[in-house]
Design a protein around this ligand. Structure first.
Ligand code: FAD
Ligand code: DLZ
Ligand code: SF4
Length: 502
């Protein structure tokens, strides 16, 4: 064997840099299902099944292209259960002249690969539009980098949504203000989510996961995710045809028993590299009927946020994982694993997560993340919970979004202010509060909404840090309208809520 090309679970692209110069006559591929990756944090059964099913479909795709694949199934008696021991075992058996791996999506895994006794060649991943060097150059030019500046640089670099003079189409870089509508009484129809019935390959995986990981969180019986490139492309077309036009307008809205709304559901396929971000953006822009607020909003998520958080991750790891700017040190409340809470918004978002290993962005940020931040949960623990429960979670994307954006653990790197809000925000953006036993307007008393109580208490507690942040001025003006006695009562009630939860 000349080259042993190792393909990890989130690198399922037959044209990736790992395959540059691949010669089917002399080179072989290694894919490994390993117990360590399914257990280093307890993981949703659907997440494990998603990775294994996608890996097995990718194997079939490679073999159809005439490439030899050594595929280690989890239940193979020879399987040693970890990346390093499996790679070493295959190196010893196959004696390759070189072992090639694409840079992994996780610092922990990269360190493991670097420490292997026999060297592996790590190749840069051209799936992403911004390299680590380009991101470094950007942060040198902008010592306090913000996503919006980065996003404009990416628009200029890619030429997306620019007119011939290099100006933003529609006269503005950002239409976020048009992307904040909640559902009123008359709401447009919500398209049925497409379901991908498990084929024989996926059914085998589901059996394996049900048997081996019966104690893992989440449910498996609703597994219907697209797990091949062909199905991922179908999902992309489905989104562009049926959901994209309203994606922008209702991007921040939430609705009971509607986990997907107009979201694309493409994060998993993108993160496992079944889809390329360029083709996703091009497919969206080819829809001539979609309004600009939808197109711009969607492009911003993919070439802006997605690339920005990756840049932050690789520039700041490993120290980033330790950051805890607000000194939050409580554990995750138990109900995050079960959904057993009488807070309706949380029960809904956790329910979506248990059923689909998915919740959309606003549920993750403004319900699940928000409550943990207001309560004061250790940011890294929120990230670990997120890694456990979401099918699309990979370290590079989960950590900056969770520890950074949603918990403000990085002190303002991913977002310049904490995403702090009261129950009033959730009431405006959803139908949850009218079906809840709490009242978002009340901060004390038996019907006080825990979000509202904890919100005011959070602002009061962190006054020194945030009161001079211009973007939080109004929040502090409103806090200061409350008397010292009121604030004392709110903080006492916040302590009672906290004590009951941890
Ligand atoms: P859509 O709403 O349709 O958005 C389109 C695409 O844009 C997504 O598929 C995704 O690729 C990209 N995108 C949007 N927002 C972000 C963002 N903030 N960061 C990176 N990409 C983005 N996304 C992940 O892919 N994996 C994660 O582990 C993850 N963890 C998150 C944790 C928290 C606390 C928060 C607040 C956000 C997290 N996100 C994560 C970002 C975002 O919530 C998801 O990408 C999105 O909800 C996935 O659903 P969708 O494909 O329907 O997205
Ligand atoms: C998440 C996951 C799981 C559950 N299992 C595997 C596996 O068995 N084999 C594999 O190659 N990757 C798996 N992954 C993804 C890894 O945990 C990790 O995110 C990536 O390897 C980082 O590049
Ligand atoms: Fe959530 Fe509070 Fe609204 Fe209940 S009242 S749904 S807890 S925000």
């Amino acid at each position: 064997v000349r080259h042993l090309v190792v393909v990890l679970g989130d690198q399922l692209d037959a044209d990736s840099a790992a395959f540059d110069g691949f010669d089917p006559a002399q080179d072989v591929v290694l894919q490994m299902e390993v117990a360590e990756e399914a257990t280093y944090v307890p993981q949703h059964k659907m997440r494990i099944a998603y990775f294994f099913a996608a890996m097995r479909h990718f194997r079939a795709e490679l073999e159809a292209r005439g490439r030899t694949v050594h595929y280690m199934r989890l239940d193979d008696p020879a399987n040693t259960g970890a990346f390093d021991s499996e790679i070493a075992r295959h190196q010893a058996a196959l004696q390759p002249q070189a072992t090639i791996v694409l840079e992994p999506g996780e610092f922990r895994v990269r360190e493991k690969l670097r420490q292997l006794p026999q060297r592996v060649e790590l190749r840069a991943d051209r799936h992403f539009l911004c390299t680590a060097d380009e991101f470094d150059a950007f942060t040198e030019r902008h010592p306090r980098p913000i996503m919006e500046t980065f996003y404009r640089a990416m628009r200029r670099k890619t030429g997306l949504l620019l007119d011939e003079g290099g100006r933003p189409v529609g006269g503005s870089w950002n239409f976020d203000a048009e992307n904040r509508k909640g559902f009123g009484k008359s709401r447009p129809p919500i398209p049925l989510a497409r379901s991908y019935a498990p084929d024989a390959i996926t059914r085998d995986v589901l059996k394996l996961v049900a048997a081996r990981f019966s104690n893992s969180p989440g449910r498996l019986d609703r597994f219907d995710l697209p797990v091949s490139r062909v199905d991922a492309l179908t999902e992309l077309s489905d989104f562009v045809a049926w959901r994209l036009s309203l994606f922008g307008t209702y991007q921040d809205a939430m609705l009971s028993d509607e986990p997907f709304l107009y979201h694309s559901r493409l994060s998993g396929a993108l993160n496992l590299h079944m889809l390329d971000p360029r083709e996703v953006v091009e497919a969206a822009l080819a829809n001539r009927n979609a309004p600009l607020n939808a197109l711009e909003g969607f492009v911003r998520q993919i070439i802006g946020w997605r690339e920005f958080v990756r840049g932050v991750y690789w520039q700041r790891m490993p120290d980033y994982a330790e950051e805890n700017a607000l000194d939050a040190d409580l554990p995750m409340p138990r109900f995050y694993w079960t959904g057993e809470t009488d807070m309706r918004c949380l029960a809904q978002a956790i329910g979506h997560t248990i059923d689909h290993a998915y919740a959309h962005h606003i549920e993750r940020l403004m319900v699940l993340g928000l409550f943990a931040m207001l309560l004061g949960v250790r940011p890294y623990d929120v990230h670990l919970w997120h890694m456990s429960m979401f099918h699309d979670a990979v370290d590079w994307v989960s950590l900056p979004n969770t520890l950074g954006m949603s918990q403000h653990g990085d002190g303002g790197v991913v977002g310049t202010k904490p995403y702090a809000a009261s129950g009033h925000y959730i009431d405006r953006m959803s139908d949850h509060c009218r079906n809840c036993r709490y009242d978002p307007k009340q901060a004390t008393g038996d019907r006080a909404c825990p979000f509202t109580t904890l919100y005011w208490s959070f602002l009061a507690k962190h006054r020194r840090r945030f009161a001079n942040n211009g973007r939080m001025r109004n929040q502090y003006v409103n806090l200061d309208r409350r008397s010292a006695t009121e604030i004392r009562a709110i903080r006492a009630h916040a302590d009672t809520i906290t004590a009951a939860l941890v």
